[in-house]
Design a protein around this ligand. Structure first.
Ligand SMILES: [Fe+2]
Length: 252
């Protein structure tokens, strides 16, 4: 099959960040005892096994056809782990353990999907040639990263609901030595607080993180433990309510 390609400069650190994010989610799944992988710690959410496959299915469904020119080789699992099993009648999930592939098949799906994606990504990075579509490789890789990290966050609270005896207890680390806090004042110079992102700024963001909004802020002297004078606190709270804070910088 002839491959339509285009030259694109893709940030190489995206692959390192994707590897780090995978390590992050792998470590979360490793906290679950094998006999608990099909548990559903929260009734409204999927079984844990769904998320093991879902993270890879999402990456595959997002990247394979749009920028890598790959064809599906496990379409049934791509679909199952994209959407899960719909509840009957629109209520709480009713799927049973036996409705899901066994864990060996799921692990095999994860390994094969990652390998196929990694081989294609490394090849595209080395040649600079990407499948020609309307999608930006940089943007799609950022979406894959954000999606995985978002699930890492939700997995953290899902696993928090898993009974302790269903989890692998990590080795205890020594208690950190914490220095005594000495109150002190720090000066925040007058300048501009920048909230949100420019839509055409080339930086990835979710829909509710646009547009950029700059606000002039007067100088303040909060103490190092976070207590701030009332006027600064009032301004900060109002800004947080109005817009999500993406970056707050003070420039003179
Ligand atoms: Fe998802």
């Amino acid at each position: 099959m002839a491959v339509a390609q285009r030259e694109v400069v893709v940030r190489p650190q995206l692959l390192d960040r994707l590897a780090d994010a995978r390590t992050n989610t792998d470590e979360l799944f490793a906290l679950v005892k094998p006999e608990a992988l099909y548990d559903r710690p929260i009734p409204e959410r999927h079984r844990i096994v769904f998320y093991i496959g879902h993270l890879e299915a999402f990456d595959w469904n997002l990247l394979s056809g749009r920028i890598l020119g790959l064809s599906a080789f496990q379409p049934g699992l791509d679909r199952l782990f994209a959407f899960g099993i719909d509840p009957v009648g629109g209520g709480l999930p009713t799927d049973r353990v036996e409705d899901w592939p066994n864990i060996t098949a799921v692990r095999d799906y994860v390994a094969r999907t990652r390998r196929a994606l990694d081989e294609a990504l490394e090849s595209r990075f080395s040649t600079g040639q990407w499948w020609h579509t309307d999608f930006s490789p940089n943007l799609l890789l950022e979406v894959a990263l954000e999606h995985r990290l978002m699930h890492a966050e939700t997995l953290a609270y899902i696993l928090h609901q898993l009974p302790l005896d269903r989890k692998v207890l990590p080795g205890m680390k020594p208690e950190p030595v914490i220095a005594t806090v000495t109150p002190e004042m720090v000066r925040v110079p007058e300048g501009f607080a920048t909230l949100g992102l420019q839509r055409d700024g080339g930086t990835f963001g979710w829909d509710n993180e646009f547009e950029e909004h700059r606000v002039h802020v007067v100088a303040n002297i909060p103490d190092a433990r976070g207590r701030v004078p009332g006027v600064f606190r009032a301004r900060t709270i109002r800004l947080v309510i109005q817009r999500p804070i993406i970056a707050v910088t003070a420039r003179t």
